[in-house]
Design a protein around this ligand. Sequence first.
Ligand code: 6PG
Length: 227
Amino acid sequence: MQVARWTTFATVAALRSAAVDFILQSAEAAINARGRFDIVLAGGSTPKQIYESLRRARTDWSKWHIWYGDERCLPPEHADRNSKMASDAWLAAVDIPVAQVHPMPTEHGSVEAAKTYSLALQGLAEFDLVLLGLGEDGHTASLFPGQQWESEPPAPAIPVSDAPKPPSDRVSLSASRLSQARQVLFIVTGAGKKEAVRQWRNGEPLPVHAITPQAGVDIFADAEAAE
Ligand code: 6PG
C-alpha cells in the first residue's frame, strides 16, 4: 500500500525551487547521518532545470553518489540518454568523484546493462532519495502500464524491450528496488499529465502505485497537472 503526500504548486518555478530545497535537505541529512548521499536521478525533460539549479548548490559534492532510475539503450553521448542530460545540465559542472557517478551501461544492450547495474547495486541496501517522473500513460522510470515491473528471478535492474515511449530498448530499476529508499520524490508538471494524475489518485493499477517505500512518497505537482 502506497502512502502518497501530494503538494500542488501554483507555478512550475515554485515547484522547481521547492524540489531543489527538498534534494539539498535530503543530502544534508544523509551526509550528517551516514557520511554519504545516494540519489537516484529521474530521466525525461521535467527535471532538467532542477538539475541546472543544483550546479550552484553549496554542498559537499565529494559525498554524493549518483544512480539512475532508468536509461535508454543508446550510445553514451547520445542526446537522448538520461545520463547525458544530467551530465550536461549539472554533473559535469560539479566535483563529484567520477567513481561515484553510476550511469547504466545501456550501450551494451539492455540485458547486459541490467546485469552489470544489478551487480553495481549489491551492497547498497537503501537509496537516500529517489527522484521519479510520471509519463502521460502513468509510467515511471521505464516501468510501463501492462508490462513487468519486476523480473523473474527478481533483480534490482531489469531489461525493457518493448517500451511504448521511444526508444523501445531500455533498462529500469524494478519497482521493488526503487522502493528501497528513505525518500522518494515524484516531480510532475504540465496539463499532459492530468489524466495520469487522476488515475493515480483514483487507485487505478499504474506502475507508480508499485513504488511503496516505508516512509511513503512525496509528489510535487504543478497546478496544470494536479488540477
Ligand atoms: C525516461 C524516464 C521517464 C520520464 C517520464 C516523464 O527516460 O523517459 O525516466 O520515466 O521520467 O516519461 O518524462 P518527461 O519529464 O519528459 O515528461
